[in-house]
Design a protein. Structure first.
Lengths: 182, 344
């Protein structure tokens, strides 16, 4: 067999195999409807189990900030200890045990809060603080760049209020909009 | 299959490869294999990861200046507002109606509304002013509509209403300002917007809790929740004074934004209602903390649905608090005169 014949045959095999693979994958998705796991923020009680029940060492659940409903409060109860010494970024004043929340001055008296996701363990401590006193703009979501999308989600099994369910992959996040409130 | 239509080798291999690829693609389209559970040796989170304000939910019994003397069931599914008028008549709004109760708790009359009321205030001559999302309406004692203001912009979210003489003031949480209307319902002025150039500190309203009342002292008292203050303004909108500071302890206003509501006792003392840590407290006329009407553990039955109590005070110095979870008005009387329980 000539080298040219060998390589053209190989290319043909790869092309046909790839075409078949693509068709199979599309057929599978079309048949099943692709879904991913997500947390309903209106049901979540910030119990903290998301941090420890995920199969990943560092949970795929992270706090997210939904800016649309954030009050940009100077005294953010998701960022500060309940009774801080001062309203500044001193470590002793911060609520998050891993320092995963950034505070940035916008204009007097407003501050912007954002999540440093690699540091967030999904414990929901900040979510509870924000929800208890504020608008609840901090809430937990399963981040799909980390989630393995297990057939059976171990966090969903442990969730005490069944806040985790499958949602369409085309709309993988659930935010605290009024439309989503039951 | 005839001899002439024998499958050639190339066609056979193509079909086989296509099928193999299809099966592989189908399988790769599956979700991950089932995972059992998180590793058994994983330790639970320690208390550093737990949000705990339980120590602030407790109330020192020595600070409790009032005790509960009874409840008035209003029958409202969604109770939204509360006010007290002449003869201590109680006006309770919700379910698109204003219900009127006597001070004995007996129902007297009702005003049917076209939409959900957000705030209510009783004025002279039996008039009742009701704020809706973007406008207000006035009714006479018989419930006949006297006046309907023009609707404000789409961002308007009215949460408070007060009447001083012929002027009507509404607190607009959506636009974070107070709007003054003339007797005929035309806008006469606005004030308090942050950076509005009127020399005022600016209202900080992170959530839809923005209350105001007209005091007997001729001042308009407005809650500025983001600044944790109760502030006084001249009726034309000039800032006069403010008191209050952020703190979880009883003396201060808790969380990001409080007080949610407030009222005044006949002697000028303030009664404030907070959300988050649900508590009703008493301050003197200058804003010095005096004690509690009721604390979190007394006011909250279920932690998952934290109520925010509307408060009002009658001429006898009783504090009436509207429980939105039950629709009942809870009556608190000063401990020094803790006589008969009001029951129906």
């Amino acid at each position: 067999m000539k080298r040219r014949t060998f390589f053209s045959g190989l290319a043909r095999v790869a092309a046909v195999l790839g075409l078949g693979g693509l068709a199979g994958r599309l057929a599978r998705r079309a048949q099943a409807g692709h879904t991913v796991w997500q947390i309903d923020p209106w049901k979540c009680t910030s119990c903290g189990k998301c941090a420890t029940e995920c199969v990943l060492e560092l949970s795929a659940v992270k706090c997210v900030q939904f800016y649309d409903i954030c009050g940009y409060c100077d005294f953010c109860t998701g960022y500060f200890e309940p009774q801080p010494n001062k309203l500044n970024t001193g470590a002793e004043n911060q609520l998050c045990p891993t320092g995963a929340i950034n505070r940035k001055f916008i204009e007097d008296p407003y501050y912007e809060y954002s999540i440093n996701e690699p540091l967030c363990v999904g414990c929901a401590k900040c979510v509870k603080g924000c929800t208890l006193f504020g608008n609840g703009s901090f809430h937990l979501q399963i981040r799909h760049d980390r989630c393995l999308n297990c057939n059976e989600c171990s966090i969903a099994k442990a969730c005490p209020v069944q806040a985790i369910s499958r949602v369409p992959a085309g709309k993988p996040y659930l935010f605290k909009t009024l439309e989503g409130k039951k | 299959m005839s001899d002439n239509e024998q499958l050639n080798r190339r066609g056979f291999l193509n079909a086989g490869l296509l099928a193999t690829g299809g099966v592989a693609g189908w399988l790769s389209g599956c979700d991950q294999a089932p995972q059992s559970s998180a590793p058994k040796d994983r330790k639970p989170l320690d208390k550093r990861f737990t949000y705990d304000v339980s120590e602030y939910e407790k109330v020192d019994p020595a600070q409790l200046l009032f005790s509960e003397a009874g409840q008035i069931p209003t029958g409202l599914q969604t109770a939204t507002c509360l006010a007290i008028g002449a003869d201590d008549l109680l006006y309770v709004g919700g379910d698109q109606v204003i219900k009127v109760f006597g001070k004995d708790g007996q129902p007297r009359s009702a005003i049917t509304l076209g939409e959900q009321p957000r705030a209510v205030v009783a004025a002279e001559q039996g008039r009742v002013f009701v704020a809706f999302k973007d406008h207000f309406e006035a009714f006479d004692a018989a419930g006949k509509s006297l006046l309907k203001s023009a609707a404000l912009d789409a961002k308007a979210h009215l949460t408070g209403i007060a009447v001083a003489g012929e002027a009507v003031f509404v607190a607009d949480a959506g636009n974070r300002e107070v709007i003054r209307f003339e007797a005929q319902g035309q806008i006469a002025g606005r004030f308090g917007k942050l950076g509005g150039g009127d020399g005022n500190p600016g209202f900080i309203v992170p959530s839809p809790y923005f209350h105001l009342l007209a005091g007997a002292d001729g001042l308009l008292w407005v809650a500025n929740p983001g600044r944790h203050q109760v502030q006084a303004y001249m009726l034309e909108g000039k800032f006069e004074l403010g008191w209050g500071q952020p703190a979880m302890c009883a003396e201060g206003f808790c969380g990001c934004c409080n007080p949610a509501y407030f009222a005044r006792l006949p002697d000028g003392r303030f009664v404030t209602s907070e959300k988050g840590l649900v508590r009703i407290k008493v301050y003197d006329a200058k804003g010095k903390f005096l004690g509690m009407v009721a604390g979190h553990q007394q006011l909250v039955k279920h932690e998952q649905t934290l109520p925010v109590y509307r408060v009002a005070c009658d001429s006898a110095g009783r504090v009436l608090a509207l429980d939105p979870t039950t629709g009942n008005i809870r009556i608190f009387v000063p401990k020094e005169n803790e006589p008969q329980r009001t029951q129906r």
